[in-house]
Design a protein around this ligand. Structure first.
Ligand SMILES: C[S@@+](CC[C@H](N)C(=O)[O-])C[C@H]1O[C@@H](n2cnc3c(N)ncnc32)[C@H](O)[C@@H]1O
Length: 495
């Protein structure tokens, strides 16, 4: 039971998200990520500590499936393993939350709980709250389609204020198949210090709210970095004093007099705030989710699939008969890519699918748009024309080798395109309703085809570089070095 100090505006305290308009996702057994940790009484920290495969992919272990059973330490959201915190009244920024014990950098502090609502509902509620005169904004973004509204129901995380120099950050974790948002310490935080994270607002227009965090690098307004804010304030130019900070009224979300007992302020908070004014506003915040230190892919912007280590590329689908040198760069996929299962589970999860760029091109801005027979595209990267490059080599062997790898690369590209067409309905279904998982078989196929293509490209580039270094090149005007009557034949250069 959470004890709230007197004067805190009413809200319903919850420590689990509530779903409005849909049910909690049911995890399919095949989608449960099982780690490989083992409990060792002599080294209890091994039980799902920093090196646990699930921890590395920001996924909590599922009770009953974790090999460490009750010793598993990777169920912090599920077990509400929060740091001790306390509510207090700030000067000028309403209520805030402070550390009631020393907190270590990286420590999970509290989950941001509330009602999980669709983006349409978030927009609707935001307008309603504004029209009702509610000043404080408690809606944060969960992913492109869903938001968490802690206005009426929420955990004490709803009281954490914004700072442009925050000591906390938000991170997204997958818990029993659902994405959840946690507040984590960015640094060691000593007892009595106010907790704050950077809201990084998704600004919906309306009045500007002055930021009172007091940090040296303060951007002056809540959400000042968001595109919505910039759009809304496009009239701002140097020397235009219509919108200077001083002209925006201050608003203190707490109606009462500031408490006399001030907490130890964090480096980013100063205490000379003035409580006055009544700027109405209603905004939707975007919890700028930060990465786990161990693996960047836990961040909102996850490294694309292309960035898996080169040695992790699969050799299982493309047999290249490559020379020994080339094989040096290929390893057994399973051995070199031990996180494949975790990768699949991330691809299946809501945000990961987008961030890994499943699909043949860039992420579609608008969802649910079905374009029949849409051709798979691979924009962004210039492709080497192996056929053309082959012509530059004087030796027939060099030409043949480059042409061979060019052909393998083309086959891998065609295969990737056809797999994309095959799995497109599943991807589009996933994009339409991000609560649906992309099936394991689909994610696996996609990874394999991508890896094969990367491997084929690598082999081609390697062969080009090797031949460029080791074989003579044709002089300008030199005719083809070999006979033959096939389409790969080198034609004499004209002009
Ligand atoms: C999620 S609530 C935080 C808790 C809030 N202070 C309360 O009393 O319930 C967000 C609201 O707090 C206020 N706030 C948070 N950080 C602020 C800051 N740095 N400067 C001014 N107001 C802030 C704004 O009114 C904002 O809409």
């Amino acid at each position: 039971m959470v004890q709230l100090p007197e004067g805190v505006p009413l809200f319903i305290h919850i420590n689990q998200n509530e779903f409005s308009g849909r049910k909690h996702k049911k995890q399919k057994e095949e989608d449960i990520a099982v780690c490989e940790c083992k409990y060792d009484a002599n080294d209890p920290d091994c039980a799902c500590g920093d090196r646990c495969l699930n921890v590395l992919t920001s996924t909590e272990c599922t009770p009953g499936y974790c090999p460490c059973n009750d010793y598993c330490k990777n169920q912090r959201f599920q077990k509400c393993e929060y740091a001790k915190t306390q509510l207090f009244k700030t000067e000028g920024r309403g209520w805030g939350l402070l550390a009631d014990e020393n907190i270590k950098a990286g420590q999970f502090i509290i989950e941001y709980c509330g009602e999980v609502i669709s983006s349409e509902e978030a927009q609707r509620r935001s307008q309603t709250y504004e029209s009702q005169g509610l000043k404080d904004a408690y809606i944060i973004s969960l992913n492109a389609n869903y938001f968490i509204d802690a206005t009426k129901k929420g955990s004490c995380a709803r009281f954490i204020n914004h700072s442009c120099q925050p000591n906390c950050e938000t991170r997204k974790w997958t818990v029993l198949g659902e994405i959840r948002v946690g507040i984590f310490a960015k640094q060691d935080i000593s007892v009595g210090t106010e907790l704050a994270y950077d809201y990084n607002f998704e600004w919906y227009g309306g009045a500007n709210v002055r930021c009172l965090c007091g940090a040296d690098n303060c951007s002056k307004f809540l959400g000042a970095k968001s595109s919505g804010f910039l759009e809304h304030n496009h009239v701002w130019e140097d020397g235009d004093d219509r919108y200077t900070v001083e002209k925006i009224p201050l608003y203190d979300s707490a109606e009462d007099e500031p408490s006399l007992k001030l907490p130890k302020s964090s480096s980013s908070f100063k205490s000379e705030f003035i409580a006055s004014g009544n700027g109405d506003y209603s905004v939707i915040m975007d919890a700028s989710v930060q990465s786990e230190p161990q693996l960047e892919s836990t961040a909102l912007v996850i490294e694309p699939l292309y960035s898996v280590p080169v040695e992790g590329v699969s050799t299982s689908t493309v047999k290249t008969d490559a020379s020994e040198e080339t094989n040096v760069y290929s390893q057994d996929a399973q051995q070199a890519f031990p996180h494949k299962d975790a990768m699949i589970s991330r691809i299946q999860s809501n945000s990961a699918c987008r961030n890994f760029h499943i699909g043949s091109g860039s992420v579609p801005k608008k969802r649910s748009q079905h374009i029949p027979n849409r051709k798979a595209k691979h924009p962004g990267r210039k492709q080497v024309d192996g056929k053309h490059v082959a012509q530059l080599f004087a030796s027939k062997e060099a030409q043949e080798e480059v042409m061979k790898y060019e052909e393998i690369k083309n086959q891998a590209t065609t295969k990737l395109d056809s797999i994309y067409n095959e799995i497109r309905p599943a991807i589009e279904e996933h994009e339409r309703d991000s609560q649906d998982s992309v099936p394991t078989s689909v994610a696996e196929k996609w990874i394999e085809a991508n890896c094969s293509k990367m491997k084929a490209e690598f082999d081609l580039y390697f062969s080009i570089v090797k031949n460029a270094l080791c074989t003579p090149q044709r002089q300008s005007g030199e005719t083809k070095p070999s006979g033959g009557d096939n389409e790969n034949e080198i034609k004499p250069e004209t002009n």
